[in-house]
Design a protein around this ligand. Structure first.
Ligand SMILES: NC(=O)c1ccc[n+]([C@@H]2O[C@H](COP(=O)([O-])OP(=O)(O)OC[C@H]3O[C@@H](n4cnc5c(N)ncnc54)[C@H](OP(=O)(O)O)[C@@H]3O)[C@@H](O)[C@H]2O)c1
Length: 325
């Protein structure tokens, strides 16, 4: 890994959002065990203050308290701020394409308060990597980044990142303070990041941390229909005719996985890892067995011919449904 911030972690991290029940019910005891396991494997843990309205960070605190003291692997926790989830806080409306707006706050006061609250909930002295989850449309980016940089200066945060931003915003932010990572949806399911965002990330030597690297489960081939409470019902790629057509396209990807005797999830992750050593997928799962399965993707080497075939099956925009965020 070219960026030193990530030298102590594996190239595949762990996304903790699904432990809040967005993609089906989750059990807290099992969730903490899963987090302990992921940390002990040397995976970066990805969370956000808004996941479960603070509850996800609480789960991570419990996991950190349970880590085997013999374990030499230090935990690496990345969290995010910016989505307003407390009733007494306000912000600006941001349309995300999910069918409902989010309220975002990137003011100096909000950022400073959010960092202190995340430190408290996580029970740590400093945050390894802090992202602005979304930029606040009504606060200059310069104010938000300056507040994050100040947190680095006083030792509350070690490195900073951005999420769901444009190439121009990446370059503007990096001119104020080094940006170590940009988090964006990236997988065979959604490759738009390759056009402008990835070149900007490469230009500044940052990592692309890929959210929904399994297409929120779609690329595993195990999502055929969704429960009515499932958050993925908001994703146009998983609605009606789009969903049917996308499932048809997935068959060719599943066939390649079969040729390699690996699971479609492993193929999706191996493809991401093959895109560069600064590409860090953060798949989420409620199950320890799937963490092992996903990590094994690091041992899969895809041939140049397979990468070419995958480009043909799933070029940018191949999967139907409006791009979100
Ligand atoms: N920055 C942002 O705006 C943003 C947005 C979304 C997500 N994220 C981050 O990215 C992380 C990952 O994204 P995500 O959770 O949306 O999607 P994902 O990792 O692409 O997919 C998660 C889904 O895949 C299933 N799964 C995982 N491994 C599997 C395997 N080997 N075989 C079959 N199914 C498997 C999980 O089910 P089980 O739990 O049943 O295994 C879950 O339903 C999140 O946890 C979060 O930290 C960030």
């Amino acid at each position: 890994m070219t960026n030193k911030v990530f030298q102590a972690v594996k190239q595949i991290g762990y996304g903790a959002m699904g432990l809040e029940g967005y993609y089906g019910a989750s059990d807290d005891t099992q969730a903490v065990q899963t987090l302990v396991y992921a940390i002990e494997q040397g995976m970066m843990i990805d969370t956000a203050d808004a996941y479960g309205a603070g509850h996800n960070e609480d789960l991570i605190k419990q996991a950190l308290q349970q880590i085997n003291p013999q374990n030499q692997q230090p935990a690496f926790i990345a969290t995010k701020f910016g989505i307003v989830f407390e009733e007494d806080q306000t912000g600006s409306q941001l349309d995300t394409g999910w069918g409902f707006p989010l309220t975002i706050n990137g003011t100096k006061e909000y950022v400073t308060r959010a960092i202190d609250q995340s430190l408290e909930r996580l029970g740590v002295d400093s945050i390894d990597l802090l992202y602005a989850h979304y930029l606040d449309p009504n606060t200059p980016l310069e104010e938000t980044i300056a507040a994050m940089a100040e947190a680095v200066k006083v030792g509350k945060v070690k490195a900073i990142g951005l999420s769901n931003v444009t190439a121009d915003e990446i370059l503007r932010a990096h001119a104020i303070h080094p940006i170590s990572a940009v988090q964006y949806e990236y997988s065979l399911f959604r490759r738009e990041a390759e056009s402008e965002i990835l070149p900007a990330i490469n230009q500044i030597g940052a990592a692309l941390v890929c959210w929904s690297p399994l297409g929120a489960g779609f690329l595993t081939g195990q999502v055929q229909e969704l429960d009515e409470n499932d958050f993925r019902n908001n994703n146009p790629k998983m609605q009606g005719e789009n969903f049917t057509s996308n499932l048809e396209r997935l068959e060719a990807i599943k066939a390649i996985a079969q040729e390699y005797a690996i699971t479609p999830a492993q193929l999706a992750l191996a493809w991401l890892v093959a895109q560069g050593d600064n590409i860090i997928p953060i798949p989420g799962s409620r199950k320890i067995s799937r963490i092992d399965e996903n990590l094994k993707a690091l041992d899969v080497k895809l041939s140049a011919e397979t990468l070419r075939q995958l480009d043909e099956i799933a070029p940018i925009g191949a999967f139907k449904g409006a791009t979100l965020v």
